[in-house]
Design a protein around this ligand. Structure first.
Ligand SMILES: C[S@@+](CC[C@H](N)C(=O)[O-])C[C@H]1O[C@@H](n2cnc3c(N)ncnc32)[C@H](O)[C@@H]1O
Length: 339
């Protein structure tokens, strides 16, 4: 059984998406949290799941120390001694700080107990929020009440086929970036995609920004020291148009082709989702970029099934392919990855 977490406003879309992927699998909705279902994870893409808890089991523990013991039991004897691991622990009940306080006390108790009995496991425990790599094992524990919850472990190395399902951010939630100088808030989508991917636009790289105006995605790339070809019918904010790092092309995003392979395709064009899907696949098939972030924009809720064809076609063309409704997305889904 795996537990898939979603925003409460995405739960019905996640249920539909799971039904499309695994029509036979029984689903159990966990109020406001996600959906538990027995589905094969390898080769599964779920745009509306923010985080996955593989092999999740329901647990109960009567006290803080009993919770700590349950967590240590799942790690000890299962995770190799010298391999890094991380604990994501959070409450999903009540209002205010009570649940958070309980989780902090449970974490402190885990550390205290490891100090006494299993120092090797404490040494390999990573206590930071940094994006982890596929060599880090993960324990996820959600308290649905003070005494009940879910516990899941993902043992490293995380298979390539699951990398996109398991986020290094607790609950799969990424805090929105802040920059008052950007031309619009749209840049938060690009930054969140980079964070989820664990790689970002770097100095000296080349970047094509399709549907670039007013320019907040180009702004991010320029700030990082990249060279940007910005394609739109409308010009970008004046200071960006004057940047020596930016070349503006007043062109149709769907007809533009780069003279050579670029480091990044970033695309936030307002278009029907199928057009953006076709554009991404065309770029992937032509090997026109090394990395990409493409927004798929929806009107209403009837067209999410279009994502299924992308889930089939894109992964074989990529080293890494993600498809996620980002925290920064409204009625959108972002496709991002490495070619
Ligand atoms: C949501 S905005 C992009 C915002 C931009 N990412 C930013 O952060 O500032 C969408 C842009 O797509 C452009 N657009 C729509 N259709 C286009 C097309 N066929 N060719 C080029 N640009 C197009 C629009 O002019 C608009 O500026």
């Amino acid at each position: 059984m795996s537990l898939f977490l979603a925003d409460s406003d995405s739960l019905t879309f996640l249920a539909d998406e799971l039904r499309r992927s695994a029509p036979e699998a029984a689903q159990t909705q966990i109020s406001g949290l996600g959906i538990a279902a027995d589905v094969k994870l390898d080769g599964l893409w779920l745009a509306f799941a923010r985080q996955t808890l593989p092999d999740a089991v329901e647990v109960s523990a009567a006290s803080i120390n009993a919770w700590a013991d349950r967590i240590i039991d799942t790690v000890a004897g299962h995770f190799p001694d010298d391999q890094p691991w991380r604990l994501h622990l959070w409450p999903h009940y009540g209002e205010g700080r009570a649940g958070l306080n309980r989780c902090e006390l449970i974490r402190a108790s885990v550390i205290e107990r490891l100090k006494k009995k299993r120092r090797h496991l404490l040494r390999s425990m990573i206590d930071s929020d940094a994006v982890f790599d596929t060599q880090t094992s993960l324990v996820q524990c959600i308290l649905t009440s003070p005494e009940t919850g879910w516990l899941s472990t993902s043992l490293a190395p995380l298979p390539h086929t699951r990398r996109h399902l398991i986020s290094s951010f607790p609950r799969g939630e990424v805090p929105l970036a802040d920059d008052k100088s950007a031309p619009s808030r749209a840049f938060t989508k690009l930054v969140e995609s980079e964070q989820r991917l664990g790689r970002r636009i770097e100095r000296g790289q080349t970047c094509v920004d399709l549907g670039a105006s007013p320019g907040s995605w180009s702004y991010v790339a320029i700030q990082r020291g990249a060279h940007v070809i910005a394609v739109d019918r409308s010009e970008l904010r004046e200071d960006l148009m004057l940047s020596p790092r930016l070349r503006f092309e007043a062109a149709d995003a769907f007809k533009y082709q780069p003279p050579q392979t670029v480091d990044w395709l970033v695309c936030d064009v307002i278009a029907a989702p199928q057009r953006s899907i076709d554009l991404l696949l065309e770029w992937l098939r032509g090997k026109r970029m090394r990395n990409f972030v493409v927004t798929l924009k929806f009107k209403g809720h009837d067209e999410y099934a279009l994502l299924e064809s992308l889930k089939r076609a894109a992964p074989p063309l990529c080293a890494e392919f993600h498809l996620t409704r980002l925290c920064a997305n409204k009625n959108e889904v972002c496709a991002f990855g490495v070619v």
